[in-house]
Design a protein around this ligand. Sequence first.
Ligand SMILES: *Cc1c(COP(=O)(O)O)cnc(C)c1O
Length: 427
Amino acid sequence: MLRPALFSAAALGRSLLSSSSALGTCAALTAAVPRWFSAQPSPEEGDRTADAQYTFRARDLLIERSPVQQPPINLEDLKFGTVFTDHMFHVEHVVGQGWGRPAVKPFGLLQVHPAAQVLHYGLCCFEGMKAYAGVDGRTRLFRPELNMARLRRSARRLQLADFDPQELLACLKQLLMVDRSWLPEREGYSIYVRPFIFSSASALGVAKPARSTISILLSPVGPYFPTGLKPISLFVDELNRRAWPGGVGDCKVGGNYAPTIQPQVEAAQRYGTSQVLYTFRESHEHPDHGEFEECGAMNMFFYMEQRDGRRVLATPALTGTILPGVTRDSVLQLASGWGECEVQERPITIAEVRQASEEGRLLEIFGSGTACIVQPVGSLIRANGEVYRTRFSPDDDPAGSLSSRLQRALLDIQYGRVEHPWGVALD
Ligand SMILES: *Cc1c(COP(=O)(O)O)cnc(C)c1O
């Protein structure tokens, strides 16, 4: 298994950060570049592994099989995240008592106290990953240790109970094997895996959770955007913020997502867009100085030609307001390896993209995330009426666009068409 001691992107981000602070970005952010995906305890955490009780263990996993099996699903009208398999994972931690026994149980309702902190203060965090049926018949996860490490980081930010990410991954794999028959054997389809942790403590005080619950749900899914690899348009939201320096935009905590619904719904009504692209750092006097951040659930990439003809693939650096996506890092590594363009993590201003679009140098825009993998964007719509279009879309040259080649390369690893350390086979 891969051991993500330190994410390569963190080092990349660090070098680019120093240049971004030179450009006038808040210098204090430089110090905040963290161990994004480190599965190892940081010095301030101390070495918890010495404390044998700090985690549950996969070897203790209890498997209780469901007496009933649901009828087969219809892949044609599978709506994302609405169908669930026969089983789920469950384990609870109580401060003072430690972890209970981890279990794979029949899928069913959770019982929570009405005063549970999660219901009042949003004390919850989650992960999103996928299991794929490989062309060789084997079940694969994609860089799952990164999701486990990120979940641990998010949980720590909310002071939920700590655990060993490798033990959770081992439990997750067993859950997947129990519900293996649910995995659609079809390209574009997978089981979406949703681990989550929340405070089940029944106390109305805003305080460290006395009880934490970890669960994992499995949901068979098809392509995320019904339009497939067709480019979508995004509304550039220059009013609402998704994240800010010193906030928790770099953690997958529930509180980051609830406030994004209203902007998304309003943009859909007004502009017909399915997603919102957030910006930051603009001012009234200089609206075009705003920098692109990301969507509510996708990191953003801009593929541009510079005036000298050189091609650049740029994405916002991990300065604390960007969620460090597993797909984002994979795209960066793949594109760097291909060597056909310069790959940069840095600020991307509205002015830069507008100019590139006006001069026909905005080649492609795409989002990245586990759900959609790579999603091409054809146009950006601003509230002032301006629309920035990309020069070529996968429609023009389906095989040739950078986004579709990246998508293909990732799918090849995920479905096991190529052997790669990122594809982790379970069976
Ligand atoms: C989950 C998520 C992403 C994508 O991350 P992946 O690890 O690539 O799935 C991007 N942005 C936000 C805000 C997210 O929550």
